[in-house]
Ligand binder design. Structure first.
Ligand SMILES: Cc1cc2nc3c(=O)[nH]c(=O)nc-3n(C[C@H](O)[C@H](O)[C@H](O)COP(=O)(O)OP(=O)(O)OC[C@H]3O[C@@H](n4cnc5c(N)ncnc54)[C@H](O)[C@@H]3O)c2cc1C
Length: 376
């Protein structure tokens, strides 16, 4: 029988202690954009400190590698919606964070390496949403001033129309290749001298200690839980809940009148071209309660809704097929702001990046490093 026995922390060889298992300064749990970027920025500031990332997947299997590959900072509809629940200051601040995060992604990893393309994007409105469309249009001058503050670019949101939909066009939207993003980032992190262990599931986090399955324990001065939608599995009082998102990609199409990124139904539905293919996802609002789940499982109701939407509204080849489908787990907290805090002595949490972690991930990482440094 092949039995793998983990030795406990007192039973380690000289060689293991000297090179394989160290007494760490920082252990980060989760190798998504948040965990990897935090490790990168932390190590840059403190090259002599020992940093380790523990990831339970064979490769990172959270939202970062299972999203839809959008690089967006928010539609006019989303900004209008946010203003219902948050102050103007908070909404403007997040716009800055999203811009900041996206420019850091490009500067740190290189646009080409991560397939980042500024295609422009459209928010689509049905004819039946005329009132809502007008509300959004009336706020465009204000939103454009905010975007200009954050990006230096003027007149970003523009009234438009496309393929029978009323629309708001945004030239600063784009998409990227999420697989290339995580691979490039992980390679950069490894080169900086941070260790990453895959297939390593953390069972428990205590002050200055991380427990793996099989009773294997690691000592550390600080530990950061960066497991996003899975945060409540390790941090009991975390309010971050899992939120599943469904995505599919079609076969290559002859007729594909959608180039760039598109948001529909207040951002609940999103689609883009992937070469000659259509990538579409979302519609969580069709069955929101069932999507509050850790399971990677396709919800047939949501899949059916999206299929009908493609047939009825998108006017692509009539004989299209699904080539690949998947689900990914986002993390939604009590508010749109990530849950970034110290939970107990030496233990920190950075989770709940919602549907915008690609954009804000690196900005959140910078803030996480500041928090860690403030408590050396
Ligand atoms: C379908 C979908 C569409 C999205 N669309 C967009 C978008 O348009 N724009 C945008 O900006 N963002 C979007 N997002 C959100 C974005 O992808 C996430 O916010 C971001 O990737 C979160 O990164 P993270 O590093 O915090 O978490 P994750 O990428 O989820 O990483 C957490 C990691 O922790 C690991 N882990 C969990 N538990 C343990 C444990 N016990 N031990 C060890 N490791 C563990 C997981 O395996 C995972 O790799 C979307 C996400 C999905 C799923």
């Amino acid at each position: 029988m092949n039995e793998i026995m983990f030795v406990n922390s007192k039973d380690r060889s000289w060689w293991e202690k000297d090179s394989l298992v160290k007494s760490y300064d920082l252990i980060i749990i989760g190798a998504g954009i948040t965990g990897l970027s935090t490790a990168m920025f932390f190590k840059r500031n403190h090259p002599k400190k020992e940093v380790l990332i523990l990831e339970r997947g064979f490769y990172p299997t959270g939202a970062t590698s299972r999203n839809a590959g959008f690089a967006c900072f928010g539609t006019a509809g989303e900004l209008l919606d946010d203003l219902q629940n948050e102050s103007e200051t908070e909404v403007r601040q997040r716009l800055h964070q999203r811009f900041n995060g996206l420019s850091m992604l490009k500067n740190e990893l290189g646009a080409e390496a991560i397939g980042y393309q500024m295609t422009g994007g459209y928010e689509l409105f049905d004819q039946s949403e005329e009132e809502y469309f007008q509300d959004c249009l009336s706020k465009l001058p204000t939103f454009n001033t905010w975007v200009q503050e954050a990006s230096g670019e003027g007149d970003t949101f523009q009234k438009s129309s496309i393929n029978g939909f009323d629309a708001i066009f945004n030239p600063l939207e784009g998409y990227l290749h999420s697989g290339k993003l995580i691979k490039t980032l992980a390679e950069k992190v490894l080169k900086s001298g941070v260790d990453i262990r895959y297939n390593t599931s953390v069972e428990k986090v205590k002050a200055h200690q991380v427990e793996l399955s099989g009773g294997f324990t690691l000592e550390t001065k600080q530990v950061l839980v960066a497991t996003n939608g899975f945060a409540s599995q390790l941090v009991e009082d975390s309010k971050v809940k899992p939120a599943r998102g469904y995505v599919f990609v079609t076969n290559e199409l002859e007729k594909m009148p959608w180039e760039g990124t598109f948001h529909y139904n207040k951002g609940y539905v999103y689609f883009r071209n992937l070469g000659k293919r259509l990538l579409i996802g979302g519609a969580r609002d069709v069955d929101k309660n069932k999507e509050t789940s850790f399971k990677q499982e396709v919800n047939p109701k949501i899949k059916q809704w999206l299929i009908e939407f493609v047939y009825q509204r998108l006017e692509i080849d009539t004989n299209w097929k699904i080539d690949t489908e998947w689900t990914g787990t986002m993390g939604f907290g009590a508010t749109k702001s990530p849950d970034l805090r110290r939970t107990e002595s030496g233990v920190y949490l950075s989770a709940g990046l919602g549907g915008m972690g690609v954009a804000i991930g690196m900005d959140v990482a910078k803030r996480a490093v500041k928090l860690l440094e403030s408590e050396f």
